[in-house]
Each structure stands twice: as structure tokens, then as C-alpha cells.
Design a protein around this ligand. Structure first.
Ligand code: AMP
Ligand code: MG
Length: 336
């Protein structure tokens, strides 16, 4: 941390019943070009007024993010989204089904959207978050808020205010602590800007849920590291990564074998799940529990100065896609 710079203002807000008056200060900071980190249901966001180029530049500086990676714009209601994007029937159906919630829609942009937000591209990514604190802040700020995850680029995403403080510290003006994020992984990003629908980033909301909401059988274009990287830079092979080397297993036997092997070499290892009882505490077979706790557990283990992190994901299928995607990118070995 830079001792010359002031400590951010940290506000703790009741996650269920935010009082609008409590959010006046961060809302005013946002309107005036400040950087405000805030809780959403997915991960904590690093927010800035999406209509203010100077504020947007500060996001890229604070994160160390390349300008080629576009930002998701958060709004309080569908009318605000319609001012930023050229709306279509699919957007209408998906917004009706999943907003407010952990789904980001990519649509053709309108003229109000700055190039800094879209990395110069013709589309804009939009979301209405469901976290009551995020919604109250967006309403109070009364401007669209560009908000990537509130961490330094490529690091683990934050799901607690303390994660934000240790990653961004006094690079930001304010942190609005709304408790632990309930979904816990980043939003599903779906591109409905063209004829063909594309999932650019898997998440809590699955392909089948999207197909069902659209009421059409959809041929989703494959989400690939190579193709996806150009379309959605969050799909870069190394992203969401802990500092500690990490290995991911899809079956128990090789996971156990690796633990035994590393222990024999006197290596210090962190495991997820880490012991028998933890399976119960962790809600071992439930993908939603994994989503909710994944980053918290990785942050906690990453701070211990271990030699390796070993993770065994016990499920497969689309409910696990978001988790596997983040873990694969966290190891830098992207198989898809
Ligand atoms: P983050 O800000 O870290 O949650 O990541 C935002 C994700 O949304 C990244 O994967 C971006 O590449 C993606 N994204 C944002 N805007 C667009 C856009 N206009 N087109 C495609 N992907 C986008
Ligand atoms: Mg991010």
C-alpha cells in the first residue's frame, strides 16, 4: 500500500435492508468520478461512472487492466439498459427471466456508450445486479456504473470486502461492505448481439436455463479459449489465479494420490475439500455451495504461503461449468 494515499472510506451496510440515505456518500463519489467498490451477488465490483472517461481510466489503472478488456456496465433498471444498448426480443426475454441477477447481456451499443467501456468495440455488456446494496447504490447514483471485479488483474475475484481491501487498498475511494457474495462467481455472459447466441463466460445461470427462458432450441456457439479470447477477454487462459500453484482434479483417486505424493516430499499443501468433515460443511456435492465458497476458500489458502493448492471438483455437467472454467483458468491450463 502507498502510505501517501488516503485509506478508502469503508461503509458497512445491512445486506438485506440498505437504507438509501446510507449510500448517499458512495453515490455522490460515483457521480463525481470516484472509484467505489461494492458488493454484488456475484463478486465485489470496482465501480465508476460509465459516462465519465476520467473515472473509467482510473478503473484500468487501479486494476492494472489492459484497455483491450471491456467493462460490464451495471444499471438499476431496464429503461437505463435500453438507453445504452440496441434492444431486441431475446434481450427482453432474458432480462425478464434473469434480471436483476447474475446474467450479463452483450448487445449492440448506442452512441452514449464510451469506447473506454467497450474497448472500442460495437457491443456493450450490461447487467442489473440483484444484491439489495448494489441496487440501492445504483439507484442513488443515478448513473450507469462500469464495474469489473474489484481485484488486481488476473488475481482471484473478491467475495468479501476484506478481499477488496487487500487487493486494491487505497487505490480506491470507498468500499461498500454488503457482506459475503451469495452467488460467489462472476456472472454468466451471453452475447445476444447477433443472429447466433454465444455464452462468452459460463456462470450460475446455465445454458439450459437460457434456452428455456428464450423458448427456442438454441445452437450455442462453442465457447473456446481462442475464439472467446477475442470476443471476451475474460476468457484469457490465465485469469482468476491464486499466487500459489494450483492443480485441479476431476476424480478422487488422482487427487488423493497427489496429496500422498506431495506429503512424502514434505510439501505444504492446501486441499479443497480439505478433510472428511469439510465435505459436509462445504455442502460437498452441491455446485451452488462450491460457487459461493470457491473464492473464499482459495483466498484463505492462498494467504498461507503453501507450496501447492489441490482442488477436487466432485461433479460435472452444466451446473459445474462456471466452477470448472474459473479453476481451469486459475491453473493457467485451459483445456477448452
Ligand atoms: P470482469 O469485469 O472481470 O467481471 O469481466 C467482464 C467480462 O465481460 C470479461 O470477460 C469481458 O471480456 C466481458 N465483456 C465486457 N464487455 C464485453 C463486450 N462488449 N463484449 C464481449 N465481452 C464483454
Ligand atoms: Mg475479473
Amino acid at each position: 500500500m502507498d502510505p501517501e494515499r488516503p485509506w478508502p472510506l469503508i461503509l458497512t451496510i445491512d445486506p438485506d435492508y440498505p437504507v438509501p440515505g446510507e449510500l448517499e456518500i458512495p453515490a455522490k463519489l460515483l457521480r463525481g468520478g470516484g472509484l467505489v467498490c461494492f458488493a454484488t451477488e456475484t463478486v465485489y465490483g470496482l465501480g465508476a461512472n460509465a459516462l465519465d472517461p476520467t473515472a473509467l481510466v482510473r478503473i484500468f489503472e487501479a486494476k492494472g487492466r489492459p484497455a483491450s478488456n471491456p467493462l460490464i456496465v451495471h444499471v438499476a433498471d431496464v429503461d437505463a439498459a435500453k438507453r445504452l444498448a440496441i434492444w431486441n426480443d431475446r434481450a427482453e426475454k432474458l432480462a425478464f427471466a434473469f434480471w436483476p441477477g447474475p446474467l450479463t447481456l452483450v448487445l449492440p451499443k448506442t452512441n452514449c456508450v464510451l469506447d473506454l467501456v467497450t474497448a472500442g468495440g460495437p457491443t456493450v455488456a450490461l447487467r442489473i445486479p440483484s444484491h439489495p446494496v448494489a441496487l440501492a447504490l445504483l439507484r442513488q447514483a443515478n448513473c450507469p456504473v462500469a464495474a469489473p471485479s474489484a481485484n488486481r488483474t488476473n488475481a482471484l475475484s473478491p467475495t468479501l470486502a476484506s478481499h477488496v481491501l487487500s487487493s486494491l487498498g487505497n487505490r480506491v475511494d470507498c468500499i461498500v461492505d454488503g457482506g459475503p457474495c451469495k452467488v460467489g462467481i462472476e456472472s454468466t455472459v451471453v452475447d445476444v448481439s447477433g443472429e447466433r447466441i454465444q455464452i462468452l463466460r459460463p456462470g450460475h445461470i446455465t445454458k439450459s436455463q437460457i434456452s428455456q427462458a428464450l423458448g427456442e432450441t438454441i445452437h450455442f456457439e462453442g465457447q473456446t479459449a481462442k475464439g472467446g479470447a477475442a470476443r471476451s477477454p475474460g476468457n484469457m487462459p490465465l485469469h482468476y489465479a491464486p499466487q500459489t500453484p494450483m492443480e485441479v482434479f476431476l476424480a478422487e483417486a488422482p487427487f488423493r494420490a497427489k496429496i500422498a505424493q506431495l506429503k512424502a516430499l514434505d510439501k505444504r499443501i492446501g486441499c479443497l475439500p480439505d478433510f472428511e468433515e469439510n465435505r459436509v460443511q462445504f455442502g460437498f456435492e452441491n455446485p451452488w455451495n462450491w460457487e459461493q465458497l470457491l473464492y473464499q476458500r482459495l483466498h484463505a489458502m492462498d494467504g498461507l504461503g503453501l507450496d501447492f493448492l489441490l482442488v477436487w471438483v466432485p461433479g460435472h455437467g452444466e451446473a459445474w461449468e462456471g466452477i470448472l472454467d474459473r479453476l481451469r483458468r486459475g491453473t493457467g491450463k485451459c483445456e477448452n
